[in-house]
Design a protein around this ligand. Structure first.
Ligand SMILES: [Zn+2]
Length: 97
């Protein structure tokens, strides 16, 4: 996957949304925090772009799965393992000179 740096901004006209924008805005769209104008442009792009429709449906499924997973329902052992892993990551990061 090619990563675009901020120096390579996609040249876009007013309210023209690209697949990159969809990727960046999808969280706000799913949570309903997108402003109405952007949401319209977002939906307009979806109508033209099957790739982004597929991406959105996958994303919504993922969000739904994540929301239905409660912290309490995660086995204690796994929680411990996650905490240990995080601690190691924090402590074990190599010192920078
Ligand atoms: Zn697209």
């Amino acid at each position: 996957m090619i990563r675009h740096t901020s120096a390579q901004r996609p040249r876009s006209r007013n309210h023209e949304i690209t697949c990159q924008h969809i990727t960046a805005l999808i969280l706000d769209y799913v949570t309903g925090e997108l402003d109405p104008q952007t949401a319209l442009a977002f939906k307009a792009h979806l109508r033209l772009c099957p790739d982004c429709i597929a991406f959105l449906s996958t994303y919504q499924k993922t969000v739904h799965a994540a929301q239905s997973l409660r912290y309490e329902s995660i086995p204690l052992q796994m929680r411990r393992r996650v905490r240990q892993f995080l601690r190691k990551r924090i402590k074990g990061s190599p010192p920078t000179r």
